[in-house]
Design a protein around this ligand. Sequence first.
Ligand code: B12
Length: 212
Amino acid sequence: MPDLQKLYDAVLEGDQKTAVAVTQEALAAGCAPMELITKYMVPAMDEVGRRFECEEYFVPELLLSARAMKGSLVLLRPLLAESGVQPAGRVAIGTVKGDLHDIGKNLVASLLEGGGFEVIDLGADVAPEKFISAVKERGANIVALSALLTVTMPAMRTTIDALKQAGVRDQVKVMVGGAPVTPQFATEIGADGYSDNASAAVGLARSFVRPE
Ligand code: B12
């Protein structure tokens, strides 16, 4: 069994090569992908955020840690999807306009795929029109919006308003999330649901398609 503390350290130190190597070893030893994410990788990113806040880390360190985390997620993502059940619905997911943070959004997308949803991943910095096209042209019945910056939270409201303007708001359920988002904010902007983590996001999406 590999020393999983090394995975935590590799993400914290932005060492993508080691993060990927330890992930590979852990998977070969039978570790559960979700455990690697929740027990080691997410806590490491939390510590990265803490260091950034107290100015021990700066943007280059954030980028390196994000890159290390993404490197591991490339290996883990298909395995999360494998646990899938019946296709449950089609989710258009993206980080809202102006916001480049996509790690949490990617995690939510992976777990939704794992939960049997078809996922249309629109990426980061997504303009409202792209969500509208995903609903109109690709038949998304759930729209999932992520924001990590307080200054981009208003873009969630703008996106929901744009869905209304385009006449498609009634065809979809909208869920929102990301570190600064609160349940109260979700209600204020007219979203249908909020969750503060990726696995609860799957439960939320299920409640939209099988509401009983
Ligand atoms: C990595 C990181 C970056 C990387 C992003 C790389 C990438 N590809 O994502 C880089 C270096 C690019 C970056 C840039 C910036 N960042 Co930054 N970044 C972070 C950091 C350290 C981690 C974020 C992260 O990935 N967390 C891990 C994931 C797993 O958690 P999560 O995103 O919250 O997602 C979970 C839940 O929220 C939820 N969720 C997320 N989305 C959704 C969506 C739905 C629908 C649902 C239901 C749930 C859900 O589920 C996820 C999994 O459980 C945070 C600090 C922190 N600890 O949050 C700062 C942070 C978000 N960044 C911050 C800042 C200020 C910036 C910059 C402005 C810095 C600068 N001066 O340039 C820029 C902004 C660039 C831009 N326009 O977006 C601030 C934001 C402050 C604020 N309140 O607005 C933070 C909080 C750091 C801080 N404490 O000051 N950043």
